[in-house]
Design a protein around this ligand. Structure first.
Ligand SMILES: Nc1ncnc2c1ncn2[C@@H]1O[C@H](COP(=O)(O)OP(=O)(O)O)[C@@H](O)[C@H]1O
Ligand SMILES: N[C@@H](CCOP(=O)(O)O)C(=O)O
Length: 314
C-alpha cells in the first residue's frame, strides 16, 4: 500500500488545524498510488488529500504545486494546494515535504469508451493551452537524460533480447531528439503521466485530473503519446484501438490543432512514451526503493506496446 510514512490522527489534526481547515472527522490512508504517502482527510472545511512526498524534494516541488495552482486558477478541475496564513503551499510534516489539496470527486474509468477518450483529449489540450504562460521551468524528470542514466543500470537485470530492444530504442530516440523536426515541436509544461488512474469521471463527464508529480517541460506531443498508449490501447494485445484513438485525437484537436511536426513525429513519440514507462517499470521492479511496498506495475505491458509500435509484433 502507498502509506510509507505513518501519521497518527493527532499529527494530522494538528497539521490541518494549522492550515485553518479545522479538526478532521476522518483520516484514511490511501492504498493505491506508488510514489507518495497519501491520506484522505475530511474536516469541517471540506474533503482533502494530504500527501507526504517520499521522493520529490523541497527544491523540485514548487514547480508542480504552482503548476496545479496555475491550472486551478484557470478553472481546470485539478487539485488546488491549500495555503497557510503566510500564503505558502509547500509545508513540512514529519520532516518531509507535504501538501494538502482539495479532494476531487468522481471515479477512475479503467475500461474507457470513446466519449471518455474524447473528454481526456479535450482536457489534455486545455491543460496545454492553459500551461502556455506558466512561467516556471523544470525538465521532464523522466525524459531522455533520465533514460540515458537508467538504461545501463536496468540493462544488468534483463534478458539479452530485452537489452537489445532497450539499446536499439534508446539510439532511435536519441536520433529523433536531435532531429530538425523534433526541434520544431511545441514545448511547454506537460502532465507526462495522464493514465486512466489519474483521471476521474461522473459517467462520461470528466471531473478531475490529478497526480502532477511527473510533470515537466517537454514536447506537448509526448503527453499526447502517453495518453494514446494508455487510454487507447487494448490491454491484452498492446495494439491501438483506432476508434478510441480517433476520439482522443478528435477531442484534443477540438481545442488545439496539431502542427505538421507533431503529425510527423506522433509514431516516434508513441514509441518514446512506451519506452519511458517500460524503463521506469523495469527500474521499479528490479531496483525498488528501500522500504517501499510498491503496487508494482508490470513492465512487460509496455515492452509489448513498444514492440507493436516498432512493428515487431503484428
Ligand atoms: N486530489 C485528489 N482527489 C481525489 N482523489 C485523489 C486525489 N489525489 C489522490 N487521490 C487518490 O489517491 C490515490 C493515489 O494518488 P496518486 O497521486 O496516484 O499517488 P502516487 O503519487 O503515490 O502514485 C489515487 O488513486 C486517488 O484515488
Ligand atoms: N503511471 C505509471 C506509474 C506512476 O504511477 P501513479 O500511480 O503515480 O500514476 C505507470 O503506470 O507505470
Amino acid at each position: 500500500m502507498a502509506v510509507y510514512t505513518e501519521l497518527s490522527v493527532d499529527e494530522v489534526a494538528a497539521f490541518s488545524r494549522a492550515l485553518g481547515l479545522g479538526g478532521p472527522h476522518s483520516v484514511r490512508g490511501i492504498s493505491t498510488g506508488i510514489e507518495n504517502t497519501n491520506y484522505f482527510v475530511d474536516t469541517e472545511a471540506g474533503a482533502y488529500v494530504l500527501t507526504l512526498f517520499e521522493r520529490l524534494t523541497f527544491e523540485q516541488l514548487p514547480f508542480y504545486l504552482h503548476f496545479m495552482k496555475h491550472l486551478a486558477a484557470r478553472r481546470l478541475p485539478v487539485p488546488d494546494p491549500v495555503a497557510n496564513r503566510n500564503g505558502e503551499i509547500l509545508h513540512v510534516l514529519k520532516g518531509r515535504p507535504a501538501v494538502v489539496v482539495n479532494r476531487l470527486s468522481g471515479e477512475s474509468v479503467m475500461v474507457p469508451a470513446e466519449p471518455h477518450c474524447r473528454a481526456v483529449g479535450e482536457m489534455l489540450a486545455r491543460i496545454h493551452v492553459a500551461g502556455s504562460d506558466y512561467p516556471r521551468h523544470q525538465p521532464n524528470p523522466r525524459g531522455l537524460e533520465w533514460w540515458d542514466e537508467a538504461a545501463p543500470v536496468v540493462s544488468r537485470c534483463i534478458s539479452d533480447a530485452q537489452r537489445s530492444l532497450l539499446s536499439s530504442e534508446l539510439a532511435f530516440q536519441k536520433e529523433i531528439a536531435a532531429s530538425f523536426t523534433y526541434e520544431q515541436l511545441p514545448k511547454g509544461p506537460v502532465h507526462a503521466d495522464l493514465f486512466r488512474d489519474n483521471v476521474l469521471f461522473h459517467g462520461e463527464h470528466l471531473t478531475g485530473v490529478f497526480d502532477f508529480y511527473f510533470a515537466g517541460c517537454d514536447a506537448l506531443l509526448f503527453d499526447i503519446a502517453v495518453c494514446l498508449n494508455d487510454w487507447c490501447v487494448d490491454d491484452c494485445t498492446g495494439r491501438q484501438n483506432n476508434e478510441r484513438a480517433a476520439a482522443f485525437l478528435g477531442g484534443y484537436k477540438s481545442v488545439r490543432a496539431l502542427t505538421p511536426a507533431e503529425c510527423a513525429l506522433l509514431p516516434a513519440m508513441q514509441r518514446a512514451g512506451a519506452f519511458r514507462f517500460w524503463l521506469s517499470r523495469l527500474w521499479d521492479l528490479h531496483l525498488p526503493r528501500e522500504g517501499a511496498l510498491l503496487n508494482a506495475h508490470d513492465p512487460s505491458h509496455f515492452e509489448r506496446i513498444l514492440r507493436v509500435l516498432r512493428g515487431e509484433i503484428a
